[in-house]
Design a protein around this ligand. Structure first.
Ligand code: BYC
Length: 333
């Protein structure tokens, strides 16, 4: 599949003949499915693309804690609260694995966080929507984590070793997240008519933003062709989006909910669902920082970072003290 993506991409992707020997050897390793490791030679563009994608991914995990964090104190039971807390903590862990994977490419944590806090670096559009009811916790787990799994399972096989390995654990945890989300939806749909209506309302608000998570259409995606050639991307944005729709519509039907798309229909021949046009103006607005919660999300992250300064200073002071007492012990011996 990725060869097809490379060919259809708008950018010119250089053939092996057009490459310098070092780059050709690199590309051949990638083509053979050999993992690239941190200390291997790599083209500067490959390094930059990975830093961009992995750091955006890390920022998404960290900012992604905020919409769900909004409901920790209002979870309907102790059990639901513990599950939600565990999920949010997992997202923090995912952010940390991913920042570590990005650091292997020669960028510092401070630089990465600086990009997020200045608004220069992107994070997933999905986290710029508000969480208005408890049903949103169900919709996020089911649709957002569900989409994340579809996008991230292929990343476990991507060409960069540290990213691929980080993804293995992330995907295992995402499966639990998607299950807990669907379980919330199931409970609401089997509840009172008002609870079922809450679930429908959450689906109505999260459906289209979840489809946008996969990025612009293949025709508009600027990075896909090169990322496919480097085997960072194994499937196109549209292919993964289609997979999400095909997988999720039957789940919505099982819940007795209606997907908010009048154009949605199963193509009997292909056995794929055809769906309506995504509102790309809304997507592009969010990418420009003008979504419903963009400013609030950034403000919250910057404040959390500033408030944690004393703690980071204490950790560094403690580490310095440990180092100097170790050195003194060695001198005395
Ligand atoms: N939101 O050429 P394209 C999670 C940007 S975490 C914002 O197709 P690419 C979770 C794109 O960056 C979910 N920006 O780019 C966490 C590019 O801009 P730049 C995060 C988007 O990189 C907590 C431009 O649009 N997952 O699930 O080939 C709780 C053109 O796009 C978006 C990942 O990060 C978007 N939705 O493909 C619960 C997965 N889409 O950078 C759940 C790893 C596109 O050129 N990332 N853009 O200025 C990827 O797979 C790819 O980076 C993307 C985009 C498919 C997202």
């Amino acid at each position: 599949m990725y060869a097809q993506l490379v060919e259809t991409g708008s950018k010119h992707i250089r053939s092996l003949d057009e490459m310098a020997p070092e780059e050709r050897a690199f590309q051949q390793r990638v083509d053979e499915g050999i993992k690239i490791e941190a200390k291997d030679w790599m083209p500067e563009g490959y390094r930059k693309t990975l830093i961009r994608q992995i750091s955006q991914h890390a920022h998404s995990e960290i900012v992604g804690q905020l919409p769900e964090g909004n409901w920790v104190t209002r979870a309907p039971s102790l059990k639901r609260k513990s599950i939600l807390l565990a999920k949010i903590q997992d997202e923090a862990g995912h952010g940390l694995y991913l920042y570590s994977a990005a650091e292997t490419l020669g960028v510092s944590r401070d630089e990465l966080l600086g990009g997020l806090h200045s608004g220069k670096a992107k994070y997933s559009s999905i986290f710029n929507y508000p969480t208005l009811s408890w049903a949103d916790m169900g919709a996020i787990g089911w649709l957002v984590d569900g989409s994340a799994i579809i996008n991230q399972v292929p990343l476990c096989r991507c060409s960069y070793g540290p990213y691929a390995r980080a993804m293995v654990r992330v995907c295992k945890e995402e499966s639990f997240h998607a299950r807990q989300g669907y379980d919330i939806m199931l409970a609401l749909c089997n509840g009172t008519p008002q609870q079922k209506q809450m679930a429908q309302d959450a689906l109505n608000r999260w459906w289209w933003p979840s489809l946008m998570m996969f990025g612009p259409s293949d025709a508009e995606s600027v990075n896909s062709a090169q990322s496919a050639a480097w085997r960072i991307k194994l499937f196109s944005n549209d292919e993964l989006r289609q997979k999400m729709v095909d997988q999720t519509v039957p789940q919505a039907q099982f819940l007795g909910l209606t997907v908010p798309d009048p154009d949605l229909k199963l193509n009997e021949e292909t056995q794929h669902y055809e769906f309506g046009e995504i509102d790309w103006t809304e997507f592009n607005n969010i990418l420009k920082g003008n979504g419903p919660c963009n400013r609030d999300r950034l403000r919250t992250r910057v404040k959390a970072y500033d408030d944690g300064e004393w703690f980071r200073d204490a950790l560094v002071a403690h580490a310095d003290k440990q180092e100097s007492s170790k050195a003194q012990t060695q001198l005395a011996a």
